[in-house]
Design a protein around this ligand. Structure first.
Ligand SMILES: Nc1ncnc2c1ncn2[C@@H]1O[C@H](COP(=O)(O)OP(=O)(O)OP(=O)(O)O)[C@@H](O)[C@H]1O
Ligand SMILES: [Mg+2]
Length: 332
């Protein structure tokens, strides 16, 4: 997998090797890609790899965080606008789609697009034509679209929070990024590679993992996946005085003994029904709460009304998944 080292897609577990092979074949196809997976699993990195390994690699890669686009500007950001289309439109703009011409447009957090933006994207995916805001001409552009979401779009579509017809258009080829806890041995491989990178980056001597550090890395379930591991290793690299990292502080902070995974038992076994169900319910709750909050611009009271739930029960869910700010009061 030598070609991929440029993108730092590190991991030697069979689970991850399968993902890497899929990335290679998706780079050869020119179809719309949907990437899903938990937070920090490397969805953006995977999409970048697909673009840079594809025939479009010398054309632009344009990432867009849909969650950061304001409802009123999303269409002009994506599709551009003509001069004078609205008060602030002093100059015409080609929009992100125009910027990505010939290349790949990456729509991250696609689940947060407003219904109106979803409709506009669907129209574009149907015939690859679009109009700038305030502009009459129908434009055509050759752009590969890739999207990512860590919410389950199918659940959202079932709950009518995401357009089904858009999901079908997006879901031409799907890449699932496995969570780190399912990638046997990769956490340690990644941790070592990160330590090497930090030592280069800071021009400091290499630090190694002590057996205690390795044990923690292997047994902690890493809910924030590679990003969480990266943050822990970064902090330990900079703050720990010893040359062998025991990760004692991170362990104390992150892992009350009850959260430890058994070191061998259960490895490779399928989850029991109860556990699988609990995980699916948690995933649904998280996606649902997140979607309601995005619809309600982060206002918990309004989101609770949309969900037809009482405010305090809904607030509890928000806290449970650490999604919103708890300080929006009761104003709506
Ligand atoms: N296989 C990997 N090898 C090396 N680094 C990785 C790998 N996967 C992820 N990373 C690193 O972990 C961090 C998170 O990756 P990325 O931003 O692609 O995740 P994501 O799935 O898009 O997360 P989110 O859902 O939170 O947006 C980045 O710094 C990335 O470089
Ligand atoms: Mg991302």
């Amino acid at each position: 997998m030598e070609g991929l080292s440029r993108f730092n897609l590190i991991g030697s577990s069979p689970q991850f090797q399968k993902t890497v092979a899929q990335i290679h074949s998706m780079a050869r196809l020119d179809a719309t890609v949907l990437v899903n997976g938990e937070t920090g699993t490397g969805k953006e990195l995977a999409v970048r790899a697909i673009h840079y390994l594809s025939a479009r690699s010398d054309r632009p890669f344009v990432p867009v965080n849909c969650g950061a686009l304001s409802e009123s500007l999303v269409e002009s950001e994506l599709f551009g606008h003509e001069r004078g289309a609205f008060t602030d439109a002093k100059n015409a703009s080609a929009g992100l789609i125009g910027e990505a011409a010939g290349g790949t447009l990456f729509l991250d957090e696609v689940d947060t697009l407003s219904p109106r933006a979803q409709a506009a994207l669907l129209r574009f995916l149907q015939d690859r034509t679009y109009r700038r805001v305030g502009g009459g001409t129908l434009r055509q552009v050759d752009v590969r679209v890739a999207v990512a979401s860590n919410a389950d779009l199918r659940c959202l579509a079932e709950a009518r929070l995401f357009r089904k017809d858009l999901l079908y258009r997006l879901n031409v080829i799907t890449l699932h990024m496995p969570p780190l806890r399912e990638r046997e041995g990769d956490a340690e491989v990644l941790a070592r590679a990160m330590l090497q990178r930090f030592s280069h980056q800071y021009r400091l001597p290499l630090k190694r993992l002590h057996a205690e550090g390795r044990d923690f890395i292997e047994r902690y379930p890493w809910p924030g996946n590679v990003r969480e591991l990266e943050n822990v290793m970064h902090r330990e690299f900079l703050l720990c005085e010893e040359s062998e990292l025991r990760l004692a502080e991170s362990r104390a902070e992150l892992m009350p003994a009850s959260a430890m995974r058994p070191s061998d038992a259960g490895k490779g076994e399928l989850p029991a029904f109860r556990e699988a169900k609990a995980r699916a319910v948690a995933e649904f709750e998280r996606s649902y709460v997140f979607a309601m909050l995005s619809r309600a611009d982060g206002n918990i009271s309004r989101a609770a009304r949309l969900a037809r739930q009482d405010r305090s029960a809904f607030g509890k869910l928000v806290r449970k998944y650490g999604i919103g700010h708890e300080d929006d009061g009761a104003a709506a």
